[in-house]
Design a protein around this ligand. Structure first.
Ligand SMILES: C[S@@+](CC[C@H](N)C(=O)[O-])C[C@H]1O[C@@H](n2cnc3c(N)ncnc32)[C@H](O)[C@@H]1O
Length: 354
């Protein structure tokens, strides 16, 4: 688990949303879609993603007949399949058309109990309104990218396979190459520090600015191999890991998506409905932990108050005091689960409850 050495305050994490090209925002916060590029036509679905904390998520959301669950990060459809098998109806949202195509094929046998929905989870209220979903019994977010997205060189997320320096999950406008070639040195440094927690962010930003003056960055390996030569580190973790994480998070506005969703979530759930979020690094986990805590404290206390007061913003009961981590067995089976944490809350029956 990464440790947060330079916390970004929440809400209003500031630095990253101020990252901008001179005169403009970095990422247009539009969730438009690109065309599906299709999967294999022979009815055989290639490996897509291994679901993380599957049993723990099912236990948390208690899917069953008559229950309506929104999976805000459909991906390969693994968690959704478990909800469907338990008898629930599921709306599976993903901003990536490849994920929706894959999951729709995988889950076709569940008929109209499953619907793949195009969009971002930050837009869930609007999607629910348009689709007349009504209140939800459960919501899952399993943040980040799928193994399929990471491993497909052509998507530009991989520092091991060459591809265009892209990193868009959906069809937002700005790519990783735009950031690497367009941000000034100070903004690059800030980006790698804030979102990647990269200790060598200053050195890497300076190298990028010098290198791109000779030749703009176009491919993933141009960047990844260059960082590896610059830092000369050896070990299990590729030296470009943190830079790639920072670029991916900024390209897809991942913290902004989560922040907007957390504000909307209480209004989406039925009383007694549950929200489960799996995070993969400390910035996300901190944001979820803080939002859940603030919305579940029964009482607030301040040094200047004579006595604690009821929390007017209380909407949840906290079901996981500490984040749930994967078992040693799961980590051995799936090393990508290593840094995951699951946090769960339940919407209060009555919002005026003390
Ligand atoms: C880790 S995978 C989910 C895997 C899935 N739970 C499973 O069991 O197969 C995350 C998925 O969420 C999607 N995603 C990430 N951020 C999103 C957002 N803000 N809105 C909608 N989909 C998003 C990604 O495109 C990716 O397919």
């Amino acid at each position: 688990m990464m440790t947060l050495t330079h916390p970004i305050p929440f809400p209003g994490f500031g630095a990253l949303v101020r990252l901008a090209f001179p005169g403009g925002r970095v990422t247009p916060r539009l969730c438009v879609e690109s065309n599906p590029d299709g999967t294999d036509d022979e009815g055989i679905l290639p490996f897509y993603h291994q679901s993380i904390l599957l049993d723990e998520v099912v236990e948390a959301l208690v899917p069953g007949p008559g229950k309506l669950i929104a999976d805000g990060t459909l991906g390969g459809g693994g968690h959704t399949e478990a909800f469907l098998r338990a008898g629930a109806t599921v709306k599976g949202i993903d901003r990536d058309p490849e994920a929706r195509v894959h999951a729709s094929q995988r889950l076709a046998s569940f008929g109209n109990r499953f619907e793949a929905v195009a969009g971002c989870f930050s837009e869930m209220s609007e999607l629910a309104r348009q689709g007349n979903w009504g209140g939800l019994d459960g919501i899952l977010l399993d943040l980040g990218v799928s193994s399929h997205q990471l491993d497909e060189g052509g998507r530009g997320f991989s520092f091991r396979q060459d591809g265009p320096l892209d990193m868009r999950m959906g069809n937002t406008v700005v790519t990783a190459a735009d950031l690497v070639n367009g941000l000034d040195e100070a903004r690059l440094r800030q980006l790698f520090w804030d979102l990647g927690e990269e200790r060598s962010s200053r050195k890497i930003a300076a190298w990028i600015v010098a290198a791109r003056a000779r030749q703009p960055f176009k491919t993933t390996l141009q960047l990844a191999d260059g960082i590896a030569s610059l830092l000369g580190r050896r070990g299990r973790t590729h030296p470009a890991t943190k830079v790639f994480q920072a670029l991916r998070m900024e390209v897809n506005d991942e913290l902004g998506e989560l922040h907007r969703f957390l504000n909307e979530a209480p209004g989406l759930l039925k009383p007694g409905g549950r929200l489960a979020i799996i995070t993969f690094h400390s910035l996300e986990d901190r944001m979820v932990k803080q939002a859940f805590r603030e919305a579940s404290l029964a009482q607030l206390d301040r040094p200047e108050w004579p006595a604690p007061r009821p929390n007017p913003a209380r909407v949840y009961r906290l079901l996981t005091r500490k984040g749930v981590a994967p078992s040693a067995e799961e980590i051995a089976r799936n090393p990508r689960s290593r840094s995951s944490r699951l946090r769960v809350v339940e919407r209060l029956e009555s919002l005026s409850a003390p």
